[in-house]
Design a protein around this ligand. Structure first.
Ligand code: COA
Length: 258
């Protein structure tokens, strides 16, 4: 498994841990980081020594989502872009995925959790999907998965207003398995991953596949459609204003766009 400074990977007792580690940028995901994650997931799925994948971040930040500077300088342009490879890989990985979330989970930091099988979050974790706030649209199949998990109105509130919410709400909405004390999140996730690694692997893979059977095809179609719309939105005046406002540390002004 390739390990870089920003994505650290470690295989131990059948658990492949992929740790997002770019603390100076709140673990924002660059192109190279998406590529390393996509490659790691795909390799893990074919490697018999990996029985469970665990995705974690830092003690105060899971990830602040896509690197917003990259959206301006090296935006994704097609289905082969590293972000699309990552989204397809995480949504189609046959092996179980456990997530340990401390601190901020923003954008894809939330939507990637919809593809994980067990999600443990610290009690002060904060979640936010500000795609619309950035003039963009949701991704990672979230427009299919969120209403399926929580119903249209609750999904619409999260996506259309893009407000931050806490771990208890995330658990009530069904996107977090359990909330733990902040300092117990990683240990809890590792313990559950360890339990799963001892389960019969073929039965685990089959059960995961059956759980997703009725939406596997529409999920891929949704990820591809959202991806195309998202890439088009990146060129929109609304997104340009929002991204420039972030870089210039000011509030965006959408009043002149209709
Ligand atoms: N992309 C690129 N850089 C990011 C980033 C992102 N998604 N999130 C944070 N950073 C950078 C900041 O630019 C800053 O860099 P600098 O020190 O070189 O100026 C550094 O990380 C620290 O971020 P800062 O904003 O100072 O921390 P904060 O605690 O005040 O706020 C966030 C943290 C995550 C709430 C805020 O940075 C933010 O809103 N980021 C954007 C999140 C986002 O919209 N993600 C994409 C969703 S699609």
């Amino acid at each position: 498994m390739s390990s870089t400074d920003h994505i650290q990977s470690k295989l131990s007792d059948g658990i492949l841990t992929l740790r997002i580690n770019r603390p100076d940028k709140k673990n924002a995901l660059s192109l190279a980081m998406y590529q390393t994650l996509a490659d790691g997931l795909r390799e893990a799925d074919c490697d018999d020594s990996v029985r469970v994948i665990l995705i974690s971040g830092g003690a105060d930040c899971f990830t602040s989502g896509n690197d917003l500077g990259d959206f301006l300088s090296v935006p994704p342009t097609g289905p082969d872009s590293p972000v699309m490879q990552f989204l397809i890989a995480i949504s189609e990985t046959r092996k179980p995925i456990v997530a340990a979330v401390n601190g901020l989970a923003v954008g894809v930091g939330v939507t990637m959790l919809l593809h994980c099988d067990l999600v443990y979050a610290g009690n002060s974790a904060t979640f936010q999907m500000p795609f619309v706030n950035l003039g963009l649209c949701p991704e990672a199949g979230s427009t299919l998965l969120l209403p399926r998990i929580m119903g249209h109105q609750r999904a619409a509130e999260l996506l259309l207003l893009g407000e931050a919410f806490g771990a208890d709400k995330a658990q009530n909405l069904g996107i977090v398995t359990a909330v733990c004390p902040d300092d117990a999140v990683l240990a809890t996730a590792e313990k559950r991953a360890g339990q799963m690694a001892l389960q019969p692997a073929a039965a685990v893979r089959l059960t995961k596949a059956l759980l997703k059977r009725d939406y596997a095809i529409p999920l891929r179609e949704t990820i591809v459609e959202e991806g195309a719309q998202f890439m088009a939105r990146l060129k929109s005046p609304e997104a340009t204003e929002a991204l420039q406002a972030f870089m210039q540390r000011r509030k965006p002004d959408f009043s002149r766009f209709t």
